[in-house]
Write a protein that binds this ligand. Structure first.
Ligand SMILES: Nc1ncnc2c1ncn2[C@@H]1O[C@H](COP(=O)(O)OP(=O)(O)OP(=O)(O)O)[C@@H](O)[C@H]1O
Ligand SMILES: [Mg+2]
Length: 409
């Protein structure tokens, strides 16, 4: 009978044994569950003991590193998956951790290179954690092969590089195209007029009266001048673009500079009443005479070109403690507000330049030359109509101007 064979003490022992067995079974089941989770994990899971030997190696580790579990377990981690160049650092890091508890790579995600059994290196993402079990350290590494991600990143970078190279080429192409259009149209048109006018005089001279001949020669002269000036602008732009502007800075008389610009414009300046107001007793101002004359010629040409004949064009000059200011004012159509910023851009021509000829280089060259003097050029509209362009040049020789002073053009 049950009650006779099994006393209360035996029953208690049995139930303790049972409890222990149950606990053990539960523990084994849990371990089995963890093992199967690790086994089927999408990451390679590698565990290592404090001696640096591999103690755990799941299926994904077999796949990405090429070693079977049997081969891997017991080997040194540093001889298996760590590329030769990092092996020493790995061993040093392990020793340091065991002595000091200091492990800078622990418990964070890092990207590093690993090595396959065949010696092929590949990028991995890695997270290592440490745990002390029964007084001994165990290290677990979760490793993910990120070759595909790297390739995608590299492909994206390559695509971005190619795209920016393409954009640069496209911009250079556009510039070349614009220059080509300029050269083919703006240079050839006046050249055709010169050739036409001169041919008429030479071939039909006997049939033409003196006045007509004079007119034709005048046309040839004007167009040749325009051509000369256009070539000058194109050369200036090329020099600016190539960074080949050599300044020859010397103290200049403002009267001389304005006078030289008006002379260069020649008869073009006759189309409008041009007034010059220069404040008395202006000091000599350090500048490159040739470049500033070229600036004034371009700004004056605009004032004449974009305002009706007979309306006044004014040139004013004055200084304050720091700057010489030269202003050129006209009573023309002015510059649309939204274009004020852009008129200094290369090849920019206003939306309605009318019949006026031009390439859109003039003001961009002016800006380049004025800035080479550490100066400033601004455009605005006048309260009662017309445009005003102001040029500011420092009255004291700047360091950079001093440095280049005396250099040849
Ligand atoms: N005084 C002005 N009045 C009205 N518009 C102006 C004036 N000056 C410049 N602009 C506008 O600014 C644009 C750019 O001027 P910029 O001198 O650079 O080129 P452009 O005169 O068209 O050609 P280029 O000077 O090369 O012969 C002009 O096309 C015009 O629309
Ligand atoms: Mg112009």
């Amino acid at each position: 009978m049950k009650g006779l064979r099994d006393g209360p003490a035996v029953t208690a022992m049995n139930s303790r044994e049972q409890q222990a067995e149950e606990l053990l079974r539960e523990f084994q089941e849990r371990e089995q569950r963890i093992r199967s989770i690790l086994e089927t994990a999408l990451d390679a899971v590698v565990t290592m003991n404090p001696a640096g030997q591999i103690t755990g190696w799941n299926a994904e580790a077999e796949r990405i590193f090429g070693w079977s579990r049997q081969e891997a377990v017991g080997r040194r981690m540093s001889d298996t998956i760590i590329p030769p160049q990092y092996r020493e650092a790995h061993e040093r890091g392990l020793q340091r951790f065991l002595h000091t508890g200091d492990g800078p790579l622990l418990n964070k995600r890092i990207e590093i290179t690993a090595v396959h059994r065949t010696g092929r290196e590949f990028p991995v993402e890695l997270a290592i954690s440490s745990a002390k079990i029964a007084d001994a350290w165990t290290f677990s590494a979760f490793v993910r092969d990120i070759s595909d991600r790297r390739q995608a990143e590299e492909a994206r970078e390559e695509a971005n590089r190619a795209k920016s190279e393409f954009l640069i080429l496209q911009a250079a192409d556009k510039l070349q195209q614009s220059l080509f259009n300029t050269v083919s149209h703006d240079l050839r048109t006046p050249l055709a007029s010169v050739i036409g006018a001169l041919s008429s005089v030479l071939e039909d001279g006997a049939l033409l009266d003196a006045l007509t001949q004079q007119k034709l020669l005048k046309t040839a002269q004007d167009e040749a001048r325009r051509l000369n000036w256009l070539v000058q602008n194109l050369l200036d732009m090329t020099r600016l673009e190539g960074g080949a502007i050599r300044m020859k800075t010397q103290p200049c008389n403002v009267h001389d500079v304005v006078g030289a610009a008006l002379r260069q414009l020649g008869e073009m300046a006759q189309s409008h009443p041009v007034s010059v107001t220069i404040a008395p007793n202006l000091p000599l101002v350090p500048m490159d005479h040739v470049l500033i004359v070229q600036v004034l010629v371009n700004v004056l040409d605009n004032a004449l070109k974009y305002s009706p004949g007979e309306t006044p064009v004014e040139i004013e000059a004055q200084t304050d403690a720091d700057h010489l200011e030269i202003r050129i004012l006209d009573r023309g159509r002015g510059i649309p507000e939204e274009e004020l910023e852009r008129v200094f851009d290369k090849f920019f021509r206003g939306a309605s330049p009318g019949a006026s000829k031009g390439t859109g280089l003039g003001l961009s060259i002016c800006k380049g030359f004025v800035e080479a003097h550490n100066g400033r050029i601004v455009a605005k509209n006048r309260p009662h109509g017309g445009a005003e362009v102001a040029i500011f040049l420092p009255v004291k020789t700047s360091q950079s101007a001093m440095r280049t002073a005396g250099a040849d053009h």
